[in-house]
Design a protein around this ligand. Structure first.
Ligand SMILES: *Cc1c(COP(=O)(O)O)cnc(C)c1O
Length: 393
C-alpha cells in the first residue's frame, strides 16, 4: 500500500554510530549530548534565537500556553490537526473558532476581530500544510487587542517568510517532529521564541520546574526528548537539502498535471514552501469519495487532512459554524508525497484523479491557479506551468 507519506529513515550506519556513542556514555535522556547538539544545529539551520526540544508537538503547544500564562479563550483555526484545538481545551482555554481564508486555507486575519470576546487572550494559528499565515496582518490584529500569538508550526519546518524563518513571527511557535512529519525524531517537537526570559521559563516547564537539585520553581511537566530520538534527528538533518529537493520535484509534477482540474492552496506571497503535504480540493465530497475509492483500488491511500472541521468537535462549546472550513474540509485530499515516491506511482495517482474528474460534470467555478502559478514562479527552479483557465470538460 502506498500511503500519503512514508517516514524518512536516514543513513542506518550513521544512526548506529550515534547508538554506539549512547552505549559508550550510558546517557539516555535528561539533556544529553545528542539533544544539545541537535538543539544547536536546529537553531542554526532554522535561523531562530531560542529553540527548546520537546518529546512531541502536542506538549509543545500546551507548554507554550502555560509559559504565556494563558487563560480565558483563544481564537483559533478550525482547519488543522485536532491537537491544535485539543491542546487548548486540555489546558482549560476555551477555543473560539474563526474561519479560514478560502484561498490560503489559513486563519483569515480579517475575520478574527469579530470573534474576540472579553476573556480572549491569544490567537493560535496553524501554517497549514506548511503555507505561511498572513503573519503581518495577524501581528497587527494581535497588537490592537493585546493578544498573544502562538503559531502551530507542525507543518512549517524550514518555511521562510520574507527571507527569514516563519518561526520568528508570533510570541511562540511550536513544531512537531513526529515520524510522519517532514523532519522527525520518531516522536518529538520543539518550541521556538525570540524572548530569552520566556525560553528559560519554557525550559523549566519542560523539566518539572526543576531549577537545580534543591530548587523547584513552580509546576512543571516532563517534555524531555531522549538521546535515541535526537540521534534520528541528527541523521535526518544532514539530508534536509535532498529531502526538500525531492519533495519539490514531486510537488511541481503534481501542480503541472492537476492544477487545471482541481483547486490548489494559494501560497502566501513572499513565502517559500517545504511541500510537507500535497493537498488538492476536489469539486465536492462526492468526487472526493469517488477518487479515494479509485485510488484505494490501485493500492494508494490518500488522506483526508483535515476532516472534520474542528468546530464540529463534540467536546468544544457550541460554535458559530465556520462555513469556509466546513466546506473545504469536505473537499480536501492529501496525495502521496515523500522522497523516493516512485514516478510510476505518482503517474497512477495523477491518471486516476484525472480520470475521475472527467467522469463527473466538473466545471471549475473558481480557479486560483493564476496566483499559485505566480507564487511558484518566485522559485526559478520550477519551469513555468501551462496556462490554465476555465475549461469545459
Ligand atoms: C502533528 C501535528 C501536531 C501534533 O504533534 P505531535 O508531535 O504528533 O504531538 C500538532 N499540530 C499539527 C498541525 C500537527 O500536524
Amino acid at each position: 500500500m502506498i500511503n500519503v507519506t512514508k517516514s524518512y529513515l536516514g543513513n542506518k550506519t550513521k544512526f548506529l554510530g550515534y547508538v554506539d556513542s549512547i552505549y559508550a556514555s550510558g546517557w539516555l535522556t535528561n539533556h544529553g549530548p545528542l539533544v544539545t547538539e541537535l538543539e544547536e544545529r536546529l537553531r542554526d539551520y532554522l535561523g531562530v534565537r531560542n529553540i527548546i526540544l520537546t518529546n512531541n508537538g502536542t506538549l509543545a503547544l500546551q507548554i507554550a500556553y502555560r509559559a504565556l500564562n494563558l487563560t480565558g479563550s483563544a481564537i483559533t483555526t478550525p482547519f488543522s490537526f485536532v491537537a491544535t484545538t485539543s491542546s487548548l481545551q486540555w489546558e482549560g482555554i476555551r477555543p473560539i473558532f474563526s474561519d479560514i481564508d478560502r484561498a490560503s486555507w489559513n486563519l483569515d486575519p480579517q475575520a478574527i476581530e469579530a470573534r474576540i470576546e472579553a476573556d480572549t487572550q491569544a490567537i493560535v494559528a496553524t501554517h497549514v500544510f506548511g503555507n505561511a499565515c498572513d503573519v503581518e496582518t495577524i501581528a497587527q490584529v494581535a497588537q490592537r487587542h493585546r493578544l498573544k500569538v502562538i503559531y502551530d508550526g507542525a507543518h512549517a519546518f524550514s518555511v521562510h517568510y520574507k527571507d527569514q524563518s516563519v518561526f520568528n513571527w508570533g510570541d511562540v511557535s511550536t513544531l512537531s517532529f513526529h515520524a510522519t512529519k517532514l523532519f522527525h525524531t520518531i516522536e518529538g517537537g520543539a518550541i521556538v521564541t525570540n524572548d530569552d526570559a520566556l525560553a528559560e521559563r519554557i525550559r523549566l516547564l519542560c523539566n518539572f520546574g526543576i531549577v537545580d537539585t534543591d530548587i523547584i520553581d513552580g509546576i512543571g511537566i516532563n517534555a524531555k526528548l531522549n538521546e535515541f530520538a535526537a540521534a534520528m534527528g541528527l541523521c535526518i538533518l544532514d539530508d534536509m537539502a535532498l529531502i526538500l529537493e525531492q519533495r519539490e520535484e514531486i510537488a511541481s509534477r503534481y501542480v503541472q498535471r492537476l492544477s487545471d482540474h482541481f483547486d490548489l492552496q494559494r501560497q502566501q506571497p513572499h513565502s517559500q514552501r517545504n511541500h510537507s503535504y500535497f493537498p488538492i480540493a476536489l469539486k465536492d465530497e462526492d468526487q472526493l469519495l469517488r477518487c479515494r475509492v479509485a485510488l484505494k483500488d490501485k493500492g494508494i491511500n490518500p488522506r483526508r487532512y483535515f476532516y472534520p472541521s474542528l468546530d464540529t468537535l463534540s467536546y468544544v462549546q457550541p460554535q458559530i459554524p465556520q462555513t469556509e472550513s466546513r466546506a473545504l474540509s469536505r473537499r480536501v485530499l492529501c496525495l502521496p508525497i515523500y522522497p523516493g515516491l516512485p514516478r510510476h506511482v505518482q503517474n497512477t495517482v495523477i491518471e486516476t484523479l484525472l480520470n475521475e474528474s472527467s467522469q463527473g460534470s466538473h466545471l471549475p467555478t473558481e480557479h486560483i491557479w493564476p496566483q499559485v502559478a505566480a507564487s511558484l514562479l518566485l522559485d526559478d527552479r520550477l519551469s513555468p506551468p501551462a496556462p490554465a483557465y476555465k475549461r469545459i470538460y
